[in-house]
Design a protein around this ligand. Structure first.
Ligand code: DOR
Ligand code: ZN
Length: 428
């Protein structure tokens, strides 16, 4: 099968391209990018006025299967990904059972093959059952196809265990995705510790709870030489630590979520539990530092931390609610707001979703180079739409963006040369 994507604005930072071009796809490969390509017997995709980008890659998705299918599963989660413009997602191991051995990883891969509509790359747990006591069988996880290691959802409390995890991870060139949180400092905090936590009477989580762990993991990366990727960076201090570490040549990378980039802790005044997320939404000075860090490349990627939950987990008292935001289907419109407002360049924005995550994973995706896999995300930058959770493909309706209007939405998602999402609808 052949596809010809005609006349779109092709933005491919990996090849330093930003130009109106056509793209020819045959089977699962990109054959050619160029002007006025002529080809017979192919499906023509009219892309005038659209942005044509390499397929977006999400480093941080909770697909919840096995064990929490009432929150999400691989069927619904990969459809949410496709509808959100993502062609590849890395799924986190905080499932039940935890993805800490080859059996669970094989199960995830098999389910993804049978019922998934985007590429699913599993992340294995650092410690058995994510209990932070004993290392998972890291060689086994690598051989089973894990692309990274993480205890996300929980921090690795013990520094010695994290050190050993890094030493093993390094042997296989696997990055460690670190959820940085000192649980003694975050305690039973619910929101960012600052003016609004006091004003609204909710327990605070200080910025330092994240920063002390970021500092520790940078130091351990220095010690071991392992690749450390800091998940969902949310504070100015973390950005500064990462900046300094990169200057010193430490093997560290970082991601920020769309919600941490556009919302401040002021929104907790609604007492809407959909604003409850870990790490918490921070104050303006932190949000500004995150945007600056992203612009400067100190923060490499934008990742969703898609954390779907069932209604009961959120439809309760703030203190009782689960942490997490369902993010796959709003990531593009929410973060594109920064591009429309001139706060982030289009090139940097696309890079943060494509070539940067691909290079962290060391996978051959994230570009539109001829010969490569045909993963393509096509965006309508002018389409204005309201976030309607009832129309989500995700089972998680927990988003603080519900009812809000945004400009710039996915128009088409092509995975391995197949159209999986088009104009609001999943096609498979
Ligand atoms: O808000 C969050 N939700 N943060 C995490 O680290 C875990 C995630 C989840 O799994 O629900
Ligand atoms: Zn996390």
């Amino acid at each position: 099968m052949r596809l010809l994507v005609k006349g779109g604005r092709v933005v491919d930072p990996a090849n330093d391209l930003d130009k109106v071009l056509d793209i020819l796809v045959e089977d699962d490969k990109i054959v050619e990018t160029g002007q006025n390509i002529y080809a017979e017997d192919c499906i023509i995709i009219e892309a005038h006025g659209k942005l044509v980008c390499p397929g977006f890659i999400d480093l941080h998705t909770h697909l919840r299967e096995p064990g929490f299918e009432y929150k999400e599963d691989i069927y619904s989660g990969t459809r949410a990904a496709a509808a959100g413009g993502f062609t590849t997602v890395c799924c986190m191991p905080n499932t039940d059972p935890v993805a800490d051995n080859k059996t669970v990883i094989s199960f995830i891969k098999e389910q993804a093959r049978v019922k998934g509509v985007v590429n699913v790359l599993p992340v294995g747990a650092i410690s058995k059952k994510q209990e932070g006591q004993e290392l998972s069988p890291i060689a086994e996880l690598f051989q089973a196809g894990c692309v990274a290691l993480s205890d996300d959802g929980r921090p690795v409390r013990r520094a010695d265990l994290m050190r050993y995890a890094m030493e093993y991870a390094k042997m296989f060139d696997l990055p460690i995705f670190s959820h940085c949180e000192d649980r003694d400092l975050s305690g039973d905090g619910q929101v960012h510790e600052g003016f609004y936590s006091t004003y609204y009477g909710l327990k605070g989580i200080p910025a330092a709870a994240e920063e002390v762990m970021v500092a520790r993991d940078i130091i351990l990366s220095q010690l071991t030489g392992a690749k450390v990727h800091i998940c969902h960076v949310s504070t100015r201090g973390s950005v500064e630590l990462i900046r300094r570490a990169k200057e010193e040549g430490v093997n560290v990378t970082a991601e920020v979520t769309p919600h941490h980039l556009v919302l401040t802790d002021e929104v907790i005044g609604s007492y809407d539990a959909d604003t409850k997320v870990n790490p918490p939404l921070r104050s303006r000075e932190h949000v500004e530092a995150l945007l600056k860090g992203l612009n400067e490349g100190v923060i490499d990627c934008i990742a969703t931390d898609h954390a779907p939950h069932e209604r009961e987990a959120k439809d309760c008292e703030y203190n009782m609610a689960a942490f997490g935001i369902s993010g796959l289907e709003t990531a593009i419109p929410v973060s594109m707001k920064l591009v429309h407002e001139g706060k982030l360049s289009l090139k940097r924005w696309v890079e943060a979703y494509t070539v940067k995550p691909a290079s962290i994973l060391n996978i051959d995706r994230g570009s539109l180079t001829p010969g490569g896999k045909a993963d393509i995300t096509i965006i309508d930058p002018e389409l204005i739409k309201t976030v309607e959770v009832e129309k989500f493909y995700s089972r998680g309706w927990n988003t603080p963006f519900k009812g809000m209007k945004f400009k710039g939405w996915p128009f088409m998602t092509i995975v391995n040369g197949k159209i999986v999402f088009e104009d609001g609808e999943i096609k498979v």
